[in-house]
Ligand binder design. Structure first.
Ligand SMILES: [Zn+2]
Length: 154
């Protein structure tokens, strides 16, 4: 947990630096004006040891979500209806994008029928597989398989 806090702290410091640089060149970005305060607040919570738990139920916020967005203050159980709907839409979109990235399911190759099955555990998974043939008359067929450790999207 301490290593994670150190990582998040350095991520927050990097974000603070980027925000300071951005605000000096993009004065029109008023919708981002709250971010420096949120970053400062998260840094204070890390330094005081109160960073990590959900502010409503005090259970730990999911580590993977915090790694993706260190400004989170609530666990998945305590998202607002709007945040939950937005997350659901993002997952559905990510699922459609992932499925579209997979290659043709059953290509034939020099008389061989090739097939694979991709069944993500959730709506989106980190797993990826691909069949690669190059050119109009390919000589080789490559089967690629990646990230099968089951970590999923977060
Ligand atoms: Zn909670």
């Amino acid at each position: 947990m301490e290593i994670m806090r150190a990582d998040i702290r350095s991520e927050l410091l990097a974000r603070r630096q980027k925000l300071e640089k951005f605000s000096t060149t993009h004065h029109e970005a008023s919708h981002l004006a709250h971010l420096p305060d949120e970053v400062e607040d998260a840094l204070k919570r890390i330094d005081s040891g109160s960073y990590g738990p959900c502010e409503i139920c005090h259970d730990p916020i999911e580590k993977d979500r915090l790694a993706a967005d260190p400004l989170l203050r609530y666990c998945l159980d305590h998202l607002t209806r709007r945040q939950r709907d937005a997350l659901q839409q993002d997952l559905e979109l990510a699922s459609r994008v992932q499925m579209a990235l997979l290659s043709q399911r059953s290509p034939s190759f020099h008389g061989w029928d090739v097939a694979y099955s991709h069944l993500p555990l959730g709506p989106v998974s980190g797993d990826y597989c691909n069949l690669v043939m190059q050119g109009e008359h390919p000589r080789d067929l490559h089967f690629l398989l990646g990230d099968v450790a089951g970590k999923g999207l977060f």
